[in-house]
Design a protein around this ligand. Structure first.
Ligand code: GLN
Ligand code: ZN
Length: 759
């Protein structure tokens, strides 16, 4: 038997995205949106059916997000949203995106990364007035829709434990909420049973995190009543986990009367051992053996070897997690056949499940399928760069250690640059206006020659350098007009990268990303940013900061290889970027920023794995990039978030000279932690939020700077916005930055008056 945990819902041509965005703009009506939604569901079910998948999920479709869907199903919607005189769907979008219109102003619920993926879910905010009440209908409608189509689907719903653990509680009583949740979920069970459903899948990915006794108790409190309800209703429950193993609660899970348990054999390091330790005969094991996150073909021989070790009576072969995290099909890509055959996106993974089931039960003809797959894996896929592998093998401690120590460098750099106290700078990009994007498009279509395009970019650089000088910035940037994206642009200048045409993956709501694929060994093919940075520096006497993407971010925002370790790929990237750093230095760039916007992204879900599985190689990879620069060359890094309170020593160990990060929205809490832990790196906590078009006033920024100065000595403090400005408009950017410089100058003057801030 076969199934999937879930299927991508955005559509092969991102139909749902385009239709929904048109709907937001008022260009089409709700009926049309609903029609597209229905068509997509039918089409996706059709794919699963055609591929011979035995059990087909429903309600894995969503107009925005599955957690927000659950909040609406259970009426956890804030009163302000409920009060809006809008249709149910518009209220839903109001909570997802915020509402500002004739009926008032409602803030969106915040968004967070869904476990260790690049998908973002909406974080429910539960308060005193939040009560679980079954009022929504989407899950029932979609089940009925499947039935009409002749498919008895298995509805999917975020489980109560994960829903509560992911929600933010503001004055809400967890105990009451848990009781209500158990009751409301029980009602869902009863209604689905009545409607003729056989199974309900409850997704509980939170079970793969470190769980304490309170968590386990909460789980029991939620599930005991719910499991009683399912016995009465006669519905079967599949408890589905993913993104790791459930070691902390496995014994409880197998002891409870679940009918099926879904486990992840790809990311779950202990899953196989747990199951080998015993799995009850009366339950179905949903074995997640086909990787729901990567794009490579499954190695059938290895997978079958795992399946053969499972001491279980009832087995369903499944994906490790929802296929939401992979693109839909490789069929539409232009890769050469000998490249294409190595990939399996969502649709191809369906065929893999079918193959695996056939091989596992030794069906007629399956031997040939296995042999073909074995031949694929036996093939030499890429020419290994032996010299590079050797180089990595022989890296020594010195290669990861910049000299002299940071405190000494700090003195040297202060003398060299002679910057004022509280130096002002920006994070790198300036607005990517329509014009900028249009020129890039024209270059791609051949409507502009390379030299015409270069002249355009140079013009932009010169224009913005002049503006920064006039505005009074201390450290300037060239503005990143040449790049579309911080990973793709670099990948295009490296060997070993592959770019797809249509391999989109949902990031949040209607937003999708197209991660490039690391296909082979990585090397710098040519200089990447040197010409732009050198040109910029030649146009001004002020310092221009070079701007690069760091190795960990390059890796985390790409689909990684599976034939060599992630660590090794990252070191390859680090060596390539190291070349670029040294090249920039050679061309007179004295300050180089290496962005690690995605460093935190792949932090393991279990704290105990943070260092051993990740930071122990990710941080050295960053150090490798800048270990060989001169003491006077200043290395900056940037992170788009400030949630690193718990890994402050690791961030300091990156050994950058300066780090800028988001701080305005997180109310500067991070600064206390930095102070307490004697953070050594100079810091630029963002002084205003660039994610909003609002222009902050001088006095507002001044107040923020002063707050920062109560925690960070002025000698260590930089003044900059939160993040890059590429998504902003020109007028608001200029207005905000002008205020930023004015605020920095005002504070500087005050400090000088008090005689503070001088060494
Ligand atoms: N240097 C990049 C920019 O300014 C950083 C982007 C990011 O942090 N995501 O756009
Ligand atoms: Zn950022």
């Amino acid at each position: 038997m076969t199934t999937v945990v879930g299927f991508p819902r955005i559509g092969e041509q991102r139909e749902l995205k385009f239709v929904t965005e048109k709907y937001f703009k008022g260009e089409l009506d709700q009926d049309e949106l609903a029609r597209t939604g229905k068509e997509l569901r039918q089409r996706d079910w059709g794919y699963l059916q055609k591929a011979g998948i035995d059990e087909i999920p429903s309600n894995d479709f969503s107009y925005y997000d599955q957690v927000l869907d659950a909040a609406f199903l259970f009426d956890l919607v804030p009163a302000a949203v409920k009060a809006l005189p809008l249709s149910a769907l518009d209220k839903y979008f109001a909570l997802a995106r915020g509402y500002q219109g004739e009926y008032g102003n409602v803030l969106a619920w915040p968004m967070k990364k869904w476990f260790n993926t690049n998908y973002h879910y909406i974080v429910p905010q539960l308060g005193k007035d939040s009560h679980f009440k079954l009022t929504g209908g989407k899950i029932f409608q979609e089940f009925a829709e499947g039935k009409q189509q002749g498919i008895l689907t298995r509805p999917v719903l975020v489980g109560p434990f994960t829903l509560l653990k992911l929600s933010e509680l503001h004055d809400a009583d967890l105990c009451c909420l848990a009781k209500e949740a158990a009751k409301a979920y029980s009602e869902v069970i009863a209604r689905l049973a009545q409607a003729g459903a056989e199974w309900l899948q409850l997704d509980e990915p939170f079970l793969v995190k470190d769980l304490d006794e309170d968590d386990k108790k909460l789980f029991q409190e939620l599930y005991q009543p719910l499991l009683e309800a399912k016995e009465q209703a006669g519905l079967k429950i599949l408890l589905q986990s993913y993104f790791g193993d459930v070691r902390d609660i496995y014994d409880d899970l197998v002891a409870l009367p679940f009918d099926g348990i879904g486990l992840d054999f790809v990311e779950g390091k202990q899953t196989l051992d747990l199951v080998k330790g015993g799995f009850p005969d009366d339950k179905v094991l949903y074995a997640g053996v086909v990787n729901g996150k990567n794009v490579w073909r499954n190695n059938y021989e290895k997978t079958i070897a795992i399946l053969k070790q499972l001491p279980v009576k009832h087995l369903v072969i499944s994906t490790s997690c929802s296929l939401l995290h992979v693109p839909i099909t490789v069929a539409s890509e232009d890769f050469a056949p000998e490249v294409k055959e190595h990939f399996a996106f969502a649709k191809e993974k369906l065929a893999e499940l079918h193959d695996l089931a056939a091989i596992f039960r030794a069906a007629a003809g399956s031997q040939a399928v296995l042999a073909k797959n074995q031949a694929l894996f036996a093939k030499k896929r890429v020419e290994e760069d032996q010299a590079l592998h050797e180089k990595i093998k022989h890296l020594t401690k010195e290669d990861f250690n910049r000299k002299p120590a940071r405190s000494e460098r700090e003195t040297l750099q202060k003398a060299e640059f002679n910057l004022p106290l509280l130096p002002t700078t920006t994070i790198g990009s300036f607005p990517q206006t329509k014009e900028v994007r249009q020129k890039r498009r024209q270059l791609r279509k051949g409507e502009l020659t390379a030299s015409q395009y270069d002249d355009f970019v140079k013009g932009k650089i010169a224009e913005w350098l002049k503006w920064q000088e006039e505005a009074g910035f201390d450290v300037l940037v060239h503005g990143e007009f040449e790049r579309n994206d911080m990973v793709e642009y670099f990948g295009q200048h490296l060997s070993g990268y592959l770019f797809s045409k249509n391999a989109w993956v949902q990031s949040y709501g209607t937003r999708c990303v197209k991660p490039p694929i690391i296909w082979g060994d990585i090397k710098r093919k040519e200089a990447i940013t040197v010409a732009w940075s050198a040109y910029a520096q030649s146009q001004t006497k002020k310092l221009v900061k070079g701007m690069l993407t760091g190795p960990v971010t390059m890796l985390n925002w790409s689909f990684p290889r599976e034939d060599i370790s992630t660590e090794e790929s990252t070191l390859q990237l680090a060596l390539a970027i190291q070349e670029e750093v040294l090249d920039l230095e050679k061309h007179g760039i004295k300050i180089i920023q290496i962005d690690e916007a995605a460093l935190r992204e792949k932090l393991p879900l279990r704290k105990s794995d943070w260092y051993s599985d990740y930071l122990d190689w990710a941080i050295p990879a960053f150090r490798l990039v800048h270990s060989k620069v001169k003491p006077q060359t200043q290395i900056h890094t940037h992170m788009c978030y400030s949630e690193f309170t718990d890994i402050i020593p690791a961030i300091d160990a990156m050994d950058a000279d300066v780090i800028s990060f988001e701080a305005s929205r997180s109310k500067l809490e991070i600064l206390d932690a930095l102070k307490a832990q004697h953070f050594e790196t100079e810091v630029g906590p963002g002084v205003y939020d660039i994610h909003s078009p609002r222009v902050p006033s001088v006095s507002e920024i001044e107040a923020t700077i002063k707050k920062i100065l109560t925690k960070i000595p002025a000698q260590k403090d930089w003044i900059n916005p939160d993040c890059g400005l590429k998504t902003r408009g020109v007028p608001e950017t200029k207005a905000s930055l002008t205020n930023l410089v004015a605020a920095a100058r005002a504070v500087r003057a005050e400090l000088a008056e008090k005689g503070e801030g001088e060494n």
